[in-house]
Design a protein around this ligand. Sequence first.
Ligand code: ZN
Length: 473
Amino acid sequence: MRRAAIYCRISQDRAGAGLGVARQEADCRALTERRGWQVADVYSDNDVSAYSGSPRPAWRRLLEDIDAGTVDAIVCWHVDRLTRSPRELEDVIDLADRRGIELATVTGEIDLATPTGRLIARMLGAAARHEAEHKAERQKRQRRQNAEAGKVSGGGMRPYGYAEDRLTVIEEEAEVIREAARRILAGESLSSVCKDFEQRDVKTPSGRHWIPTTLRRLLASARISGRREHTPRSTFQTTRPLLGEIVADAVWPAIIDPVDSDRLRALLSDPARDYRRQAATGRIYLLSGILRCGRCGHRMNGRPRQGVPRYVCPNVPGSGSCGGIATNTARTDDHIRDMLLTALDSPALAERIRHQGGDDDNLAEAVRADEELLEELAQAWATREITRREWMAARAPIELRLDKNRAQLAGLSRTSPLIPFIGTAQDMLTRWEAMNVSQRRAIVAAVIRTITVATANPRKKWDPDRFTIGWIA
Ligand SMILES: [Zn+2]
């Protein structure tokens, strides 16, 4: 009795056929029985991206078993379930020759032992491939058209903040998005916000806790600002890029302002902010990187000595730092906090902060224009209108300007959350005490550029005059 391997594959390339694995298997079992064969094993692959070349573990196992001689026949629903390319079909034909494998398909008899059977198999395979390619092209055009019309894109889990129809705002979730946006724009880290959400049991649409990468995607999406983003699918990319192209105003309502959305997109795509690292380590030291060594000008970092946290000028050979200055973390943090809250209580500083960042709309526009320019250049290179060298040369000044504008935009974004605090030092102190280090850093970074620490006076145990604060004007 022939030992038949049933091979099933689920994929997207046969729309409307409803060919779930269960249905394929049931049909194949019935066919195996009719042929008087015995089912050796069932092999099924989940392969939603047809022709993508993604690995098919069950398919590999099947080829191995055929080679090992434990299988004499393959039963599948249609040739296009079995092979995804003419090359794979030739492999099967080779195997059929060498091992005398029989092939039976639910949709019709194919005898791989005869030239006519092979011709039919090849024709069926080619037709399926053509259909899939044609459909992929059609879908690609359709996706682009839908995007430009601002329509919803379907598939997958509903986006956070919107109901299943992807149009209706869920107010409770919208409030969470606005809060997260506010906090990230204030310079708080993604992991800090995620930890807080976990404590409050705020969950994603799939019922999981927020992690930095999912929150980052949510906040960087133009969707939450009522704008439609489009990312052309590329076979070279395995993960979707963070920022797609904004192609239209969407048909659904905005949850956050487009200006805030642009700031978030600038902030969260800024390579200088390594969120992954920040998420992993968390921040313990309030002023690390903000303090500067008064002797060599190097950034001072947090480093405990004998269990006591300190800020030190790192003593790293070759880094240009002198390693000659250190200060106690707790006393420094308290001192800077007092200076900061006092400063925020001053009407003059308050006035300056209020008048910062009037140009951010223009900046966001400039960033967008430069991003488009880079995209155009890349396309010009891809279509061979310009050489690689010309491309690189043209890119450099644009990237420089883009980096500068992005940094400035990110800097502006940090100031706005301070405004409600200004002029209420007492209230501020209460709030300060309730904040975590990441939130406090956001406040510090909004008003202080650097703090220079002078050499310690050996006669004084604690000397507040060592600290020179560089306020952001
Ligand atoms: Zn130093």
